[in-house]
Design a protein. Structure first.
Length: 225
């Protein structure tokens, strides 16, 4: 853990990660296999972060790519294999939409981390990060898209595409703000929080699940008759 952080920041982020996993678990029709895989992945990354593995920043490729790349490769496999496509097709688009509410507490945690000099301002809603808009609009889109359906399929598709762009924007800035041979931004206050527990769970689990939720929703919306 980051030594100078108030404990509540860690607690809020742990709970946020738990909520993300729970909502995705519900989207999978309560798949125990999915829950075991995600729980194991979180445990592995927590142990690695506690050993200080990710605090070594001068390697090529940077060690922090191991936080996200395995999850991204797994997502690609889901979309190109028959079993993976069946899994994607079985996901509940309503829960995939509601999952994006976790982006609100994520952005609050990022702002707290900025105040405690663990990430740069550009990664917050005061900088170049507008991802909180996805979280704020998610309950509205969920309600008027599925509970009391008013929004069209085209609207839902457009919302997913725009919000996908928002998360990709912050991912790029986060990667290029982290200490590594490829750092481009925030040299005065770099993105170091992602090297420590529990914030390693952001790039290894929360962000991949947000991406998967968007990709799966876009697939389901474009395949519908």
């Amino acid at each position: 853990m980051i030594s100078n952080l108030p404990f509540y920041i860690n607690i809020v982020f742990i709970l946020t990660t738990g909520l993300t996993v729970f909502l995705f678990y519900k989207a999978t029709q309560r798949s125990v296999t999915t829950l075991v895989i995600l729980g194991s992945w979180l445990l592995i990354q927590a142990v690695l972060s506690y050993t200080g593995f990710y605090t070594v920043t001068d390697t090529i490729p940077p060690r922090f790519v191991l936080l996200a790349v395995p999850a991204l490769l797994f997502i690609i496999l889901l979309f190109i294999t028959p079993k993976g496509k069946n899994f994607i097709n079985s996901l509940d688009i309503k829960m995939l939409t509601l999952l994006h509410i976790v982006r609100i507490p994520v952005e609050i945690c990022l702002y707290w981390l900025f105040l405690h000099k663990s990430i740069p301002q550009l990664m917050t809603f005061e900088g170049r990060n507008f991802d909180i808009m996805a979280g704020l609009t998610a309950p509205v889109v969920y309600y008027f898209g599925f509970v009391k359906p008013i929004f069209s399929k085209t609207f839902l598709l457009l919302w997913n595409i725009i919000c996908l762009g928002l998360v990709l924007n912050i991912v790029v800035h986060a990667v290029l703000s982290a200490p590594s041979p490829f750092q481009q931004f925030a040299f005065e206050q770099p993105n170091t929080a992602i090297f420590y527990f529990p914030f390693v769970w952001l790039p290894c689990c929360v962000v991949p699940l947000v991406l998967l939720a968007h990709f799966a929703a876009i697939r389901k919306l474009t395949l519908r008759n």
